[in-house]
Write a protein that binds this ligand. Structure first.
Ligand code: SF4
Length: 476
């Protein structure tokens, strides 16, 4: 099989991994035209300074020995199979880079023969790129669950970002849908990578010549809707990963049915895109707005509201904390007002030092009052006549007189989604990218692409991490 044929198969096989953020365009080439925005193969991620970086997104191989029920590459699926050689990956990356098609590489893989065999080939590819070809572009590398940590650790000296995909949010679901995987195989390398990131970052802070390790951090992906866990369990897991394994990002991917022969998989007519979107919003609140998972959802109220964004839903459930007086409230309190983001909160704090603010001042500052006006006062005055009561405010915000629109949560209610296929998911992804770009502009570091060091030495893995941490295990 020639390399072009392999590229076609292995770039298409990589498109289901969303832990490398993609552009969201659906435009295909037309007769007589040039370019195709909808093809797989190139994806995009964002640098901390707001730059968009294009990546060659491929699998090393889709010859996978595992049989994860939700995956198109599972061993029992009859699809064309291919594997790149190490040299083919290196040559493709360099040639595409020279031609200005890409600025980096996203390399994932199925498990061929065994985890170590696969990880060792991925390591050889990134090592050759860095040491022989002097490639300084961005590299996002998957760590293969079950591979020896010495291989993963060595690869981490050449990659900017690494990710181990959790895929399913509970051990029971792993057993049902991905029986060859286990929480230990997934969480152990995540903890080891997280510990080594901290260790090497501290060394690098003291000595700028010290080798870096995964300087852009690690991420993971969770599939939403392939297994029965509610949103509460999912965001508790995400919170735990952010706090305890130093994770940079959790990506949520609405389950897309690719096989219909496993009775443990749900029968769905369309991917749960609204649920995915609400989870991204809740995740945002965890990372940038100071919320905890337990504030957003509880075991008794385990689903995100389908009709309202999670911050507005939280406000309706905590009306005792409102109204917020704009001229006196702390920055952290202002951040919790529905509709007010980081940039607006900072502007309010700065402007009120000069004089007390009224609603016209807020408009002049660019604060969007569409939702915020129901939850704030300026020098004791409301924007309009407000009743601080759930049904009244809900009706004002979304026109629904009660919580029935969101009562079952985004997990079970997809009525707002007009999407009929995966293409509309890409539109959602596009919106999320705008969301991310905003945060980047506001100074929030999302995809902090670090510098590369061609001369990284091979160092031993952190000795302390030999088992899965019990606290994380408890959340899994
Ligand atoms: S190990 Fe990865 S590539 Fe292989 S079947 Fe499972 S999810 Fe798919």
């Amino acid at each position: 099989m020639d390399v072009n044929e392999k590229l076609k198969i292995l770039s298409a096989a990589a498109k289901y991994d969303v832990s490398c953020v993609s552009s969201g365009s659906t435009r295909k080439n037309t007769k007589g035209g040039i370019g195709n925005a909808a093809e797989s193969g190139i994806c995009h991620t964002w640098a901390a300074d707001g730059r968009c970086v294009s990546l060659l997104k491929i699998l090393l191989t889709n010859n996978c020995i595992y049989n994860c029920a939700y995956c198109i590459n599972r061993v029992t699926n009859e699809i064309p199979r291919a594997s790149f050689t190490v040299d083919e990956i290196v040559d493709l990356t360099i040639n595409f880079y020279i031609r200005n098609y890409i600025e980096g590489l996203f390399l994932s893989s199925g498990v061929e023969k065994n985890a170590d065999y696969t990880m060792e080939r991925m390591l050889r590819a990134v090592k050759k790129l860095r040491l022989e070809k002097k490639f300084n572009g961005y590299i996002h590398l998957k760590a293969i669950p079950g591979a020896s940590y010495s291989l993963i650790s060595e690869a981490g000296r050449y990659a900017d970002r690494m990710s181990v995909n959790i895929e399913l949010p509970s051990e029971e679901s792993l057993k049902a849908l991905a029986p060859q995987k286990s929480k230990e195989k997934i969480l152990l390398p995540m903890r080891q990578i997280g510990a080594e990131i901290i260790e090497k970052a501290a060394e690098h802070d003291k000595n700028k010549k010290a080798p870096q390790f995964v300087p852009a951090g690690q991420s993971t992906q969770l599939i939403i809707g392939a297994s029965p866990e509610p949103d509460y369990k999912i965001i508790k897991l995400s919170e735990s990963l952010y706090n305890k394994v130093n994770l940079k990002r959790v990506f949520y991917s609405a389950y897309i049915p690719v096989s219909f022969d496993n009775p443990n998989l749900p029968v769905i007519s369309k991917p749960p895109l609204l649920r995915e979107h609400r989870l991204y919003q809740a995740d945002w609140l965890l990372r940038f707005y100071g919320f905890s998972a337990g504030e957003l959802l509880t075991p008794e109220r385990p689903h995100l509201d389908a009709a309202l964004d999670p911050k507005a839903a939280w406000a309706l459930n905590n009306l005792g904390q409102f109204p917020v007086e704009i001229n006196r409230a702390a920055y952290e309190t202002i951040l919790r007002i529905p509709g007010i983001g980081v940039r607006s909160a900072k502007k309010i704090i700065a402007a009120r030092r000069v004089h007390a603010l009224n609603f016209d001042d807020l408009k002049r500052l660019g604060v969007v009052l569409k939702r915020a006006k129901y939850f704030i006062t300026c020098s004791g005055k409301y924007y309009e006549r407000i009743i601080l009561e759930q049904n009244f405010l809900r009706f004002k915000m979304i026109g629904a007189p009660d919580a029935s629109a969101g009562a079952e949560g985004a997990a079970n209610s997809e009525t707002n989604i007009t999407a009929k296929n995966r293409l509309n998911k890409k539109e959602d992804a596009g919106q999320l990218l705008l969301f991310e770009q905003y945060a980047n502009n506001a100074g929030d570091c999302l995809d902090n692409i670090g510098s590369n060091d061609n001369n990284r030495n091979i160092l031993p893995p952190p000795a302390a991490i030999t088992s899965v941490n019990a606290a994380i295990t408890g959340e899994f």
